[in-house]
Design a protein around this ligand. Structure first.
Ligand code: ATP
Ligand code: MG
Length: 409
């Protein structure tokens, strides 16, 4: 059997059948059960079982341990990695994020340690039966995000759950149940003790999803917005404008750089850079965001851009996102789309081959013409290349003539 003919569900089902054949209980758990009931495609399928990790290893000799502390095993079936976790209950939490220890337990305990009722369901794919110890099904049907157990206690245990709650509410268009929302408001400030990387992982999922504007509203309403990162204080007008820009981005998943640029483009490029740093983004992502923030005013006034500068913008990887950002900014501020259409049409009229063409003269050419290597060569090459991009010169002969003239000056 090969990977191509079996999807991840088949792989999980295979694991479950095998564990059951060995006398164990094995079920699908969490997000995949929720997503199937919502008729959405699960990202992955998680299996839970009463088999201990040692037993899982006996049943699947090539299983590998992940998250050693929590007894989760990774089993590769039909080319899919399936997580097989032993039913457990979580011990005390002291770091605001992870339990200090876990103990293997029952299916009920395992359901109750989960964050939200809609995430606490099990599904037996052999009997095709949902197992619901946490009243998750009714909340799923009613569209409600509710913690399993006392919200204050659950958010105090693991502060990241607050952001997860917002993420699920936005993604599914659900309401956060009042006591759960109140719990988030009371503990929102604790988000600052979570690592910036982990906060960004959640924020990225909220902002790149088509439901990003509702996600942002929920961050504002719950007070989480003010605590996303210590060095990123909220500013009221900016946060409202941000909502409108996010709402105006395309109604599909967008790149992280576009989503984040839409959040920070009301700031100076330097300030946008500080936000990226405080969120501990990769250099590559930070650079792209700062570039978009810096370039937005330029494309906004596209008419004053020389052809060369316009092409240099077009040559950047984030160019398509910059166009979307401009569009979002115009819609978000209720301005007409003329500037966006002008930029789009100007770009469409430039053949791809002339955006970053190979230079008409090179450093070697200039050396052959008797120049010695150095800074001046670089300046001349740049000036000639700009002239080429501006289409003031179009062939090697003209380029050489221009270089000669500059050499003489
Ligand atoms: P997604 O579709 O985004 O993957 P998910 O619900 O599957 O959503 P995961 O992070 O993959 O989320 O976690 C799988 C399951 O593990 C959740 O459905 C939930 O039952 C449980 N879980 C995950 N994170 C937590 C947490 N911080 N606290 C309690 N339970 C959690
Ligand atoms: Mg998941």
């Amino acid at each position: 059997m090969n990977a191509k003919s079996h999807d991840a569900f088949d792989a999980a089902l295979h694991a479950i059948r095998k564990l059951c054949a060995e006398g164990h209980v094995a079920l699908l758990a969490g997000g995949c059960v929720r997503d199937r009931l919502l008729n959405r495609k699960p990202k992955d399928y998680d299996v839970v079982t009463d088999a201990t990790p040692t037993r899982v290893k006996e049943v699947f000799p090539r299983a590998r341990q992940v998250g050693a502390k929590f007894g989760v095993m990774l089993v590769r079936i039909f080319g899919h990695d399936i997580e097989v976790a032993t039913f457990r209950s979580d011990g005390p939490y002291t770091d605001g994020r992870h339990p200090d220890a876990v103990t293997f337990g029952t299916d009920i305990e395992d359901a109750r340690r989960r964050d939200f009722t809609i995430n606490g369901l099990f599904f037996d794919p052999i009997d095709e039966r949902v197992i619901d110890y946490v009243d998750g099904r009714s909340d799923l049907e009613a569209g409600i995000i509710r913690t399993i157990g006392d919200p204050h206690r659950r958010f105090a245990e693991d502060h990241l759950r607050m952001l997860r709650g917002v993420r699920f509410a936005a993604r599914f268009g659900f309401e956060i149940e009042p006591a759960t929302a109140e719990g988030i408001k009371r503990l929102a400030a604790h988000l600052e003790s979570i690592s910036a990387e982990r906060v960004w992982m959640e924020l990225e999922m909220i902002l790149t999803d088509p439901t990003r504007a509702r996600g942002w509203s929920l961050l504002l309403e719950t007070g989480l917005r003010g605590h996303l990162a210590p060095a990123w204080p909220p500013m009221r007008d900016e946060d409202m404008a941000t909502h409108d820009r996010l709402a105006a981005l395309p109604n599909r998943a967008v790149s992280a750089r576009l989503a984040l640029a839409a959040v920070v483009c009301g700031r100076t490029p330097d300030d946008a850079g500080s936000v990226c740093r405080t969120l501990r983004l990769s250099n590559r992502l930070s650079k792209a965001v700062v570039w978009m923030v810096r370039s937005l005013p330029a494309v906004h006034k596209e008419g004053s851009l020389e052809l060369a500068d316009f092409k240099l913008l077009m040559a950047e990887e984030s160019w398509p996102d910059l166009l979307e950002l401009l569009r979002g900014e115009l819609i978000g501020t209720g301005t007409n789309l003329d500037p966006y259409e002008r930029v789009r049409d100007r770009a469409a009229a430039i053949p791809a081959a002339s955006v970053i063409p190979p230079p008409l003269v090179t450093g070697d050419d200039l050396c052959d013409m008797g120049m010695s290597p150095g800074r001046r060569i670089g300046e001349i090459l740049e000036a000639v290349y700009r002239a080429q991009l501006n289409e003031h010169i179009t062939d090697h002969k003209q380029a050489v003539a221009m270089a000669r003239k500059l050499m003489g000056s």
